[in-house]
Design a protein around this ligand. Sequence first.
Ligand SMILES: Cc1cc2nc3c(=O)[nH]c(=O)nc-3n(C[C@H](O)[C@H](O)[C@H](O)COP(=O)(O)OP(=O)(O)OC[C@H]3O[C@@H](n4cnc5c(N)ncnc54)[C@H](O)[C@@H]3O)c2cc1C
Length: 332
Amino acid sequence: MFGSACVKVSLANYHTFGLQVYAARLLFPQNEAEVPTLAEQATYVIGEGSNILPTGNLPALLTTRGLLGFQILRESHTEVEVEVAAGENWDGWVRYALHRGWYGLENLAAIPGSVGAAAVQNIGAYGVELAPFLVSVYGWHKERKAWLTLPAEACALGYRTSIFQTPEWRDQFIITRLRLRLQRRFVPVLDYPDVAARINPKKQHDPWHLYQTVRRIRSEKLPNKGNAGSFFKNPLLGQTELARLRQKAPDVPAFPYGAESYKVPAAWLIDKLGLKGYRIGGAMVHPRQPLVLVNTGTATPQDVLALATYIQARVQEAWGIQLEPEVRLLHP
Ligand SMILES: Cc1cc2nc3c(=O)[nH]c(=O)nc-3n(C[C@H](O)[C@H](O)[C@H](O)COP(=O)(O)OP(=O)(O)OC[C@H]3O[C@@H](n4cnc5c(N)ncnc54)[C@H](O)[C@@H]3O)c2cc1C
């Protein structure tokens, strides 16, 4: 069967914000061979829509959901290299890897979305990122009309960023597979405060226990529907910028990130302004997670945009910091 296409389709089931929006067409390649032709007809590429904000009715979208499967490329007694199709569900893949005794991804349990998109923003949670496990990315470049393999070093992975977010690659490059290297020895990462509070490092040697613990922490914090996770990135500040912020907010938390940066929790900056539960129309700042904007059921894209803009303005005014969206805005 050649990949299907639906005309004027509701995006209700294709993004997690739950907004009443439509796409002119939705294109579903069923295998890699169908990607080049269908990609020509699409303006945007999506996976499962858990990190997008459609700001209105959209032009044609291609979703990678039909690209499934995986292949073991190399195995030794210490590690395994596997190529996973972009449309596989991320959490399903993490669980499968655990069943096979391939370790490393436990802290990334239950992150919504597809395997392909994991490389687009270098997903991360509870002290672990995708980056150290990524060997290479394979996909179709529309403009160059070529299948390309990018080694991880060429993907410019950083904090919630990659080359795939730059204008040259965004929506031009359709990721169809990730090559991942996983370990056969389980080495738990337990230092993140939420995890450390629940797991005793001296007793913990079970990868499933770690996986289930992360899952539980996540489900207690946030439902997977009606939002797109963290709406803003945590700002990365240099020494001087952090010192300037500390003049206004002496108790602001900051965590070293890389050699010269500090990650400042955007949630803290928003919370200090008393914005938890703040609403514009049907959009609201989550009452417990101020970094998350939620659709209370009646939000329009304009409500969410107005709320995001309001928060950015308040944070800029109070702390002199420009918050950058983590969520990808897709415009009509
Ligand atoms: C409740 C909730 C919690 C979350 N928690 C976390 C978290 O802890 N950590 C974290 O990092 N993220 C988190 N997120 C964000 C989200 O889960 C990730 O960004 C995820 O990788 C998005 O996958 P997706 O398939 O839904 O991508 P989409 O939302 O469909 O797309 C996201 C971006 O990737 C691009 N893209 C998608 N697939 C491809 C492809 N195959 N080729 C090229 N470009 C592509 C799109 O154009 C878009 O720019 C959370 C989201 C929700 C709703």
